[in-house]
Design a protein. Structure first.
Length: 311
C-alpha cells in the first residue's frame, strides 16, 4: 500500500511502526511476567504462559501488518500445510540475517505454537525486546571461547543446564523450539574460515539440537526443517525495512525424529554423537542442494545467483 514511497521514507516509517507495535504489546507482557515471577508455580505458569504467548502472537500479527503496508516483496512459501497449532515442534533453519526471524515468524505464525529461540546471553540487554524475550522464557546461552573451555571444561555444562531448564518449561504448554544449527549468521568470511564443505551453509552445530531432543524429544511432533533464500541478496534489517528485499523464498518440510535421539545422551555417548552428526549432515547436504536449486531457478529467470551473500 505504501510501497510507492522512497526506500528511506519507508524504512523510517517501518521502524516507527515496529517500535510502536513492540511497546504496545510489551506493556501487558511485562505485567503478566511480573505475576509469573512473583508466583513461580507450575499451576500459575500453565495459566500465564498461554496468555504471554498469545500477546507475543499478536505482536507478530502487528509485524505482519507493517510488512504488508510498507513492503512489496514477493513471498514464495511452500510446505506450510498440515501444521498443528496444538503440537510441539522442533524447528531448524539456515541463518543469514536478523530478517530470518521476521520471515519465520510471519510464515509460521498461528500455524504452529510461538517460536522460542536460543539466544546469545548478551541479547538480554537489548532495550525492551531483551526483557520481552526473558519474559517469554527464551533461553539465553553463554558462548565460551575454546581457550576458556580448555581452562574450565565445566563451562560446557552451563549451556546444557540452560537448555534443560528451558525445555522443562516448554514441556508445560505447546511450544516450537527454534534452532539455527549454524550457530551464527552466514558470511563469506566465516564460510571461508571454516572451510565449510557446503556451498551456501556453514557447518551445523549439533549440541543445542541434541540437548533439546534429549530433554523433551518425545513431545516433539516432528522436526520442521526450514530453508530461507533471498535470491536478490540477504538483506540487513535496515535494508528490509526500506523494502530492498523484493523476493523471499521459504521451503518447509516435516521430518520424523528418530526415537533413539530422544533417549540417548549426546554428551557421554560417542557412538550416538556420530549417528546424530551423520543425520544432521544429511539434512544439511539436502538443504545446501535445495538452496543451490532455488537460487539457480531465480538466476534462470533473470535474477542473481549466489544470493546468500549479505548486502
Amino acid at each position: 500500500m505504501l510501497s510507492f514511497l522512497p526506500g528511506v521514507v519507508r524504512g523510517v516509517l517501518a521502524f516507527v511502526l515496529v517500535a510502536l507495535n513492540t511497546v504496545l504489546w510489551c506493556i501487558p507482557l511485562f505485567a503478566l511476567a511480573l505475576v509469573k515471577l512473583a508466583l513461580p508455580f507450575d499451576a500459575v505458569r500453565r495459566r500465564i504462559d498461554p496468555m504471554l504467548n498469545a500477546i507475543a502472537t499478536l505482536w507478530v500479527d502487528g509485524n505482519g501488518v507493517w510488512i504488508a503496508l510498507t513492503q512489496r516483496a514477493q513471498w514464495d512459501v511452500q510446505g506450510a500445510e498440515d501444521l498443528r497449532y496444538a503440537d510441539w515442534y522442533l524447528v531448524n533453519c539456515n541463518h543469514q540475517t536478523w530478517v530470518d526471524i521476521l520471515v519465520l515468524q510471519r510464515v509460521l505464525n498461528r500455524r504452529i505454537p510461538l517460536l522460542k529461540f536460543f539466544l546469545k546471553y548478551e541479547l538480554i540487554y537489548v532495550p525492551v525486546i531483551g526483557l520481552a524475550w526473558w519474559a517469554l522464557d527464551f533461553p539465553f546461552m553463554r558462548r565460551h571461547s575454546k581457550a576458556a573451555l580448555r581452562r574450565n571444561p565445566g563451562l560446557r555444562e552451563q549451556d546444557a543446564e540452560t537448555t534443560r531448564r528451558a525445555c522443562a518449561k516448554f514441556a508445560l504448554v505447546p511450544t516450537s523450539v527454534m534452532n539455527f544449527a549454524e550457530g551464527t549468521r552466514f558470511t563469506v568470511e566465516k564460510h571461508r574460515a571454516q572451510g565449510s564443505p557446503y556451498r551456501h551453509l556453514l557447518k551445523p552445530k549439533a549440541g543445542a539440537l541434541a540437548l533439546s531432543l534429549n530433554a523433551m524429544g518425545t513431545q516433539f511432533h516432528s522436526l520442521i526443517d526450514a530453508t530461507i533464500a533471498y535470491p536478490d541478496g540477504a538483506p540487513t534489517f535496515w535494508h528490509f525495512l526500506c523494502g530492498h528485499s523484493p523476493h523471499v523464498v521459504v521451503r518447509l518440510r516435516r521430518l520424523p525424529i528418530p526415537e533413539e535421539f530422544c533417549r540417548a545422551d549426546y554428551g557421554t555417548d560417542s557412538a550416538f554423537r556420530r549417528r546424530f552428526h551423520h543425520w544432521l549432515s544429511d539434512i544439511w547436504a539436502e538443504k545446501d542442494a535445495q538452496l543451490a536449486q532455488l537460487l539457480g531457478e531465480r538466476a534462470d529467470t533473470g535474477g542473481e545467483a549466489g544470493g546468500l551473500t549479505p548486502k
